[in-house]
Write a protein that binds this ligand. Sequence first.
Ligand code: FAD
Length: 615
Amino acid sequence: MIRRIDHVSIAVRDLENAKRFFCGVLGGRELYTATEAGEGFRWTAIGLGSSCALELIDPVGEDSFLHRFLDRRGDGAHHVTFQVNDLGDARATLEARGVPTFGYNDADPNWKYFYVHPRHAFGVLLQFAELDPGAWTEALAPAIAATPQGTVTSSAQEFTPEQIAELTALVEPDRFSVGASNRELHARDISPHRGELPAGVIWPLTTGEVSAILAWCSDNDLPVTPWGAGSSLEGNPVPVRGGLVVDLTRMDRVLDIRPRDLQVDVQPGVLRKELNRRLGRHGLFFPPDPGADATIGGMIANNASGVQTVRYGSTRDNVMRLVVVLPSGDVIHTGTRAHKSSAGYDLTRLFVGSEGTLGVVTEATLKLTGLPAHHLAATVPFETLEGATEAVAAMIGSGLDPAALELLTPGIIALMNREAGLGLAEAPSLFCEFHGVSEAALAETAATAEDLCRQCGALSFRSGIDRKARAELWRARHEALETIQRAHPGKETVIVDVAVPISTLPEMVVFSQEQVDAAGVPGFVFGHAGDGNCHVVLVGDPADEDEWVRIEDLNQRVVGRALELGGTCTGEHGVGIGKRRFMAAEHGLGYELMRRIKGLVDPKGILNPGKIFPD
Ligand SMILES: Cc1cc2nc3c(=O)[nH]c(=O)nc-3n(C[C@H](O)[C@H](O)[C@H](O)COP(=O)(O)OP(=O)(O)OC[C@H]3O[C@@H](n4cnc5c(N)ncnc54)[C@H](O)[C@@H]3O)c2cc1C
């Protein structure tokens, strides 16, 4: 019945102002504006890019139907339109299932519609519309020409023989390939997002080589995408315009460990686990810990973090200095080896999290931490999900300083039990870890944590887990995503990665679980609760349009609630391709400033195009 989600409507207070923002600032195109005097509202349709349309509605009259039917809570997305093949049929189907419809309108030759106001979709109205085929898409098509500054227009899936000769001359011949398998290996990360097969892959060894490669791409107006371990979850390293992939994995030297400064200089291709193995000999480690064995360059580019962020911070908090090659081929140094500096803009933190869209990191100085002398892990099942999330806020609020505080819901625990034989209670649970200088200090911490958890409805508090069992537990937690994927062969996963202020985590997690239960798709809620990061892993088949629409809708609703709570659409996985559509809502005018920075640093838009910003 439903073909696809066609557009999202947003209620605004001042239509003209809203139009100025979406057309002027975000580069949208006004399609048409109308005043519906009878119904008491004015509206306009704005085309954004080639496939996204927004409808801005100003319900000027107090008794307009929007006021009557919507549970209005200030400005926000108000209704979602589903385009259907046959409006009459869609209406009859819904009515037959006991879903009342209203507002039926078939007076306009170009489009007919009706509304549904499902009680569970708080504040959101569903509109089912049958459009004159092509009317909407034709109106949107010219917007493709409005290429934003800093977005490359060229695309390359094959290099010419001259280009191959020139690229081969920049490195040794065995470090440049146009072979099909190498190109395919650099076309996909772990996400369902697809791009364009790159024309070739190159493996530099030095900053000088990276500089020559980027200068060559700039001279030839060719897209170029940096590549680490390819373990991203949002299409971050997936080339969307073919071109050249710069694989940094052979730049994998640990250059200088300085234990007395608690610092290390590395090349970007060194893998996190190998680095920590080498640092362990000095009693040190680099704490940011995404589940995968990522490269340091990929972690810097995505601002990766993980289970220990609650205590040690994200990658951004642990990077001091970078060497970066700009798209022009120029080499800059950002930051210093001093622990503090007030010298101007913080360029290091601009490049951290820029997902390879501003420059290629070729060297980094990382901040290190001493390996903890003693560990204590605990597993804590709760009566309710609310209780588990409240215990998180209570432990953080009491200054317990956990090293990890992970929340898991019964569905994911059941899968982990099945795979790893953990024998855990299949109840909403926390996995906690504490680091301390002595066993006595840890015992005191555990007693306080247990007390707080029991006040929030903990069913038990199992601590004192031995080293082997602790390693098993964390291995199973790190492999949660793979476990879900293995349990659903042939399916794709969409990962919601919202983060919210810690006090609102209970509301966020409960809302997410309710949405999963209502949507009727396999979904698993868990996350790095200690830093307010809530993941919802949704499983489905993109070929099943109905299921995929429900998944995308759920994704949108969970992100929408996170933004309402003052949070973010991505706590750690980055924007890549998958989270681009939430950026304007999260950042407003700040998103335009980001786009200008991109245009300034990369005026030709050659570096990792189509990431963070629309292609
Ligand atoms: C099972 C699993 C669990 C995961 N769990 C987490 C988690 O808990 N937390 C988390 O944060 N992430 C997690 N991830 C995602 C992923 O591991 C991280 O985002 C990681 O930082 C990606 O690093 P990479 O080396 O694979 O980089 P890639 O995926 O190859 O690239 C990532 C981005 O960095 C850019 N890039 C790579 N190298 C450079 C460079 N030298 N200079 C400039 N740009 C560069 C790429 O263009 C791309 O935009 C998980 C992934 C998997 C598979």
